[in-house]
Ligand binder design. Structure first.
Ligand SMILES: Cc1ncc(COP(=O)(O)O)c(C=O)c1O
Length: 481
């Protein structure tokens, strides 16, 4: 984790990242500690980042060296910062493990902490029966070697059938089973990008996708989402001017905005991808979480098969614990992926694939119940937040699993810090940004049972009261007039 060879973050960059970190009239080491801690937790300061020397740090954030030293001491005690004489200090991972979270990582949560950061539902009741049925099928598999780099044929058939039913004729040879959509995206990036190449991303976007882009040393090229949706002209202009190698798009209930791309926009963007010879990775992780009765737009790949690699997931439709997803692409690309995959892993677990094949066999019924439950939870959350935090603006999404709330003030990270102190783990808007911004947003998932959602909102309201009204310009930082 230690990166003593890498250059330290410049003081002014750190100051920008931390924003207005003092919640009180006077800066305190506690406030600075909380601000740095939150930046580490939400991924703005990734592990390994070297911090500026204490003197530069203090000057950049406008405080004393003693106060910085004391904040760093607390972070060191928690394992979030490590230091060595002569090498300085860097962001670190605490011993004892961490919990993966969207785009950042979190220390282990206390039993009483409500996880309001993860937009992932629990498994449907049908999982138990699917496991039982898979057990019988498993016996047929164990005589073989068990390595299936493409995925189990029966599962690939089921996945292919679902694409065909959605209007995109697909055969099993066009499907590769992966360990989740994130794995599918990471594999695709490894195959298709070289260091320094650009990847167009929606802004805001799914934080772990940004991590994957960073991990291959590609550069994220953000296109803002406008009025809760896509502006095709902006996307076209970015394709033309930025010449990205890849475009990563989430047209179905985009994470975090919940936006659904219309059929007409899909068609138009597909034509632009062809014109600019850019391949799109279309992430359909949330496609099944459709909370409307309207007809779904066709899959993006049906407008430009040769330019679109579709990735999908079992995590939101069924259960994240299966750790299964897939790629749907031209057969030659699937073959390339199978070869490329060997450097990383040699296939997905057979038993879980059998379980997923069972679940897909009764997907319609499972998704119907999931839709009813998700609508109830979404509506309960909207009502609770509107009542407790009436200053926020909350568009109600037609699908997906989270509300993208507008706070009206740039206090998202500060709210997340305060919420954690009240026992609620929260994803602030900055986690979904390419670089620290979107501070006026938070994402609230509606994947918990309604009583837990209400309990979380009550705690959140207390946190909101604590930060509310302390805007970007802390009084102590403003010139005294
Ligand atoms: C848009 C998007 N893509 C990918 C993922 C990760 O999917 P998986 O669990 O299949 O890796 C998520 C999970 O939140 C997501 O929202």
């Amino acid at each position: 984790m230690m990166q003593s060879g890498s250059p330290a973050l410049k003081g002014h960059k750190l100051a920008r990242l931390l924003g207005s970190w003092s919640t009180g009239q006077r800066p305190s080491s506690g406030a600075l500690y909380r601000a740095v801690r939150q930046s580490v937790l939400d991924g703005r300061l990734p592990p390994g980042t070297r911090l500026p020397a204490e003197r530069e740090f203090a000057e950049a954030v406008g405080t004393s060296r003693t106060l910085v030293a004391s904040a760093l001491e607390r972070l060191r005690a928690e394992g979030l910062v490590a230091s060595r004489r002569g090498a300085g200090s860097w962001v670190s991972l605490p011993e004892g493990g961490t919990e993966a979270g969207s785009g950042g990582w979190f220390p282990p949560e206390h039993a009483e902490t409500i996880n309001f950061a993860q937009a992932t539902p629990a498994a449907p009741p049908e999982l138990a029966e699917a496991v039982e049925n898979a057990r019988t099928r498993f016996a047929e598999q164990i005589g073989g070697h068990g390595y299936q780099p493409h995925g189990l044929h029966a599962l690939r058939e089921r996945i292919a059938e679902r694409f065909t039913r959605r209007g995109l004729p697909t055969g099993p040879h066009q499907v590769l089973v992966t360990n989740g959509a994130q794995h599918a995206f990471a594999l695709t990036l490894r195959l298709l990008t070289a260091p320094g190449e650009r990847v167009l991303v929606e802004h805001p976007t799914y934080p772990n996708a940004l991590e994957a882009v960073r991990a291959v040393n590609a550069a994220a090229l953000p296109v803002p989402m406008v009025d809760g949706g896509w502006d095709p002209e902006l996307v076209e202009a970015t394709l033309a001017q930025g010449a990205p190698r890849l475009a990563y798009l989430i047209p179905d209930f985009q994470n975090p905005t919940g936006a659904l791309m219309s059929g007409a926009t899909r068609e138009r963007l597909a034509a632009a991808l062809r014109r600019h010879r850019t391949t799109a990775v279309v992430d359909e992780t949330l496609v099944d979480i459709d909370l409307t009765a309207a007809a779904a737009p066709p899959p993006m790949a049906s407008f430009a098969e040769e330019r679109v690699i579709t990735i999908g997931s079992a995590s939101k439709s069924f259960w994240g614990g299966l750790r299964l997803g897939w790629v749907r692409a031209p057969e030659e690309f699937v073959q390339r992926m199978v070869i490329g995959r060997a450097a990383v892993d040699l296939g997905s677990p057979v038993f879980e694939q059998l379980v997923l094949a069972e679940l897909l066999g009764r997907a319609d019924a499972i998704l119907r119940s999931r839709r009813v439950e998700t609508i109830e939870r979404r509506d309960a959350l909207v009502a609770a937040v509107r009542e407790s935090c009436p200053q926020w603006s909350i568009p109600v999404p037609d699908g997906g699993l989270a509300l993208w709330c507008h706070l009206g003030q740039p206090v998202g990270s500060r709210l997340a810090v305060a919420a954690e102190q009240h026992g609620v783990r929260l994803a602030s808007g900055s986690m979904f940004a390419v670089q620290g911004s979107l501070e006026d947003r938070v994402r609230l998932p509606y994947t918990l049972p309604i009583d837990r959602l209400r309990a979380a909102v009550s705690k959140l309201a207390l946190a909101w009261t604590a930060v509310h009204g302390v805007g970007a310009d802390d009084p102590w930082r403003s010139p005294i007039t």
